[in-house]
Design a protein around this ligand. Structure first.
Ligand code: RP5
Length: 174
């Protein structure tokens, strides 16, 4: 089994459908990952253990997702020298604004790189880009990914020019 380089953790299994997108990015770039349920409130000792040992096990970046009183990313950041990417998970009552505010407002000295509410895909990409600073081959693949985004927009423009905006909207189901 290859040593995981990206650790993906979340406060509850109810966060997994959101965090799945980060796992998929790791798989897309063929970077070994691990996933764990680590709750700041329900398993505080496990959180401390995970955060203090991750770098010793070869993890290079931690992605931490949590919702509501989302203390996991910040607390993990306080316990690890690794970069931590925080994912605010959408909540029913406050739509994830609570999670965002909990994660993003870190005190100076202990940063968490916070992505948009529910955007675990960007968390995965950010983790890949952090890794890629020390891996030229991975950096090339990030460039290729960016080129594919560019190509897909240009394809859409071509189709828009060909069929016009009304048909384009119909094809979009609007
Ligand atoms: C947080 O509480 C978790 O990150 C999750 O987003 C939220 C709700 O957890 P469950 O009650 O669904 O386990 O700690």
């Amino acid at each position: 089994m290859t040593q995981p380089q990206i650790g993906i953790i979340m406060g509850s299994d109810s966060d997994l459908p959101t965090m799945q997108a980060a796992i998929e990015v790791c798989e897309q770039f063929n970077i070994p990952w691990e996933v764990a349920i680590v709750s700041a409130h329900r398993t505080p000792n496990r959180m401390v253990e995970y955060a203090q040992t991750a770098h010793k096990r070869g993890i290079k970046v931690i992605i931490a997702g949590a919702g509501g009183a989302a203390h996991l990313p910040g607390m993990v950041a306080s316990l690890t020298p690794l970069p931590v990417v925080g994912v605010p998970v959408t909540t029913r009552q406050l739509q994830g604004v609570d999670s965002l505010y909990s994660i993003v407002q870190m005190p100076a000295g202990i940063p968490v790189a916070t992505v948009a509410i529910g955007n675990a895909k960007n968390a995965g990409l950010l983790a890949i880009q952090i890794l890629a600073t020390g891996q030229p081959e991975l950096l090339d693949r990030v460039q290729q990914y960016r080129q594919s985004l560019n190509d897909s927009v240009m394809e859409k423009q071509k189709r828009l020019d060909e069929i016009g905006y009304q048909k384009y909207l119909q094809n979009m189901g609007q």
